[in-house]
Design a protein around this ligand. Structure first.
Ligand code: SAM
Length: 287
């Protein structure tokens, strides 16, 4: 069976009485070059243990199993259990887990399933939960790389540089943990049903060490969120109202001490500038 043939997939799903769920973000790949290229560009080898989130009927799973030492695929939709049992019957290095990935411990999963292998994550993500899934994967610090298909708009945000319209708190978050890169675009006609937007595959390579020294990550991410809370306002206005804890004059002092003009917008700051503010606040807290 060709898992990327629209006719074969339709016949398979009809036979199993499967109905697409929009709520579960089910847009299945029907263009063979896409899963092939994801598995290839992810750099999957027999030394790798790959976590896939949302195998669907398994077009990417099949490519990953051919290239990897082991694949663990987590699927929320129980109605895909008999479908995957049929399509993945020959995949000896595959373990299927049915459940909600967002409720799982990603680090424990990687440790338990991929001993001796290089852990990585690969997926055509359900778009309605792209950010929570990526947040979970990156915060776990358990994967050497994460190669995922997301909405193109999200891929651009993940990779955006300071002082651009796409740059935001999620860009800083992803770039703090990883070095992200857009690999290629995927048009809507590569899926069934077709999404309304273009997709892109983005690769996030986990950094060996953070890009700059940060005394307290909680303070760092709180500063980042506050700086972007009101994008049209100056950095001073945004942090003084969204972070709070200090009056405007005190915030002005903090920014000036860090060599940052209070009148700039938060979106112009690099990660190291956010780090300077956060480290200044952390030092103040310690003293
Ligand atoms: N990998 C398949 C493909 O490329 O054709 C399917 C991709 S489809 C965009 C997303 C898949 O994620 C669906 O199979 C959906 O049921 C599954 N999914 C949605 N939410 C999930 C969750 N919280 N945990 C695990 N899987 C989920």
């Amino acid at each position: 069976m060709d898992l990327c043939s629209l006719n074969d997939v339709r016949a398979l799903l009809t036979r199993h009485g499967f109905r697409f769920s929009k709520a579960k973000g089910q847009n299945f790949l029907i263009a063979p070059w896409v899963p092939q290229r994801i598995a290839r560009d992810a750099g999957v080898t027999k030394e790798c243990g790959v976590l896939e989130i949302g195998p669907g009927v398994g077009p990417l799973t099949k490519e990953l199993c051919a290239a990897a030492g082991k694949v663990v695929a987590v699927e929320i939709d129980e109605t895909l259990r008999p479908v995957l049992a049929e399509t993945m019957a020959d995949a000896e290095n595959l373990e299927l887990i049915f459940g909600d990935f967002l409720k799982m411990d990603a680090a424990a999963l990687a440790q338990e399933k991929f001993g001796g292998l290089r852990p990585m994550a690969c997926a055509n993500l359900p778009y309605y939960i792209t950010s929570p899934i990526l947040t979970k994967l990156l915060e776990s610090r358990a994967f050497q790389s994460v190669t995922v298909m997301v909405q193109k708009e999200v891929a651009l945000r993940i990779c955006a540089k300071p002082a651009t319209a796409d740059y935001g708190a999620f860009s800083v978050f992803c770039q703090y943990y990883t070095e992200p890169q857009v690999l290629f675009d995927v048009p809507p006609d590569c899926f069934v049903p077709q999404p309304k937007v273009t997709s892109a595959v983005v690769q996030l390579k986990t950094r060996a060490a953070p890009p700059c020294e940060i005394a307290d990550e909680t303070i760092f991410f709180r500063v980042v969120r506050a700086a972007f809370a009101q994008r049209r306002k100056t950095l001073l206005n945004s942090v003084s109202s969204a972070y709070g804890e200090k009056n405007k004059q005190e915030w002005e002092r903090v920014l000036l001490d860090c060599g940052i003009a209070p009148t700039v917008r938060g979106e112009t700051l690099s990660i190291s500038k956010f780090a300077a503010i956060a480290n200044r606040l952390a030092a103040e807290k310690r003293s």
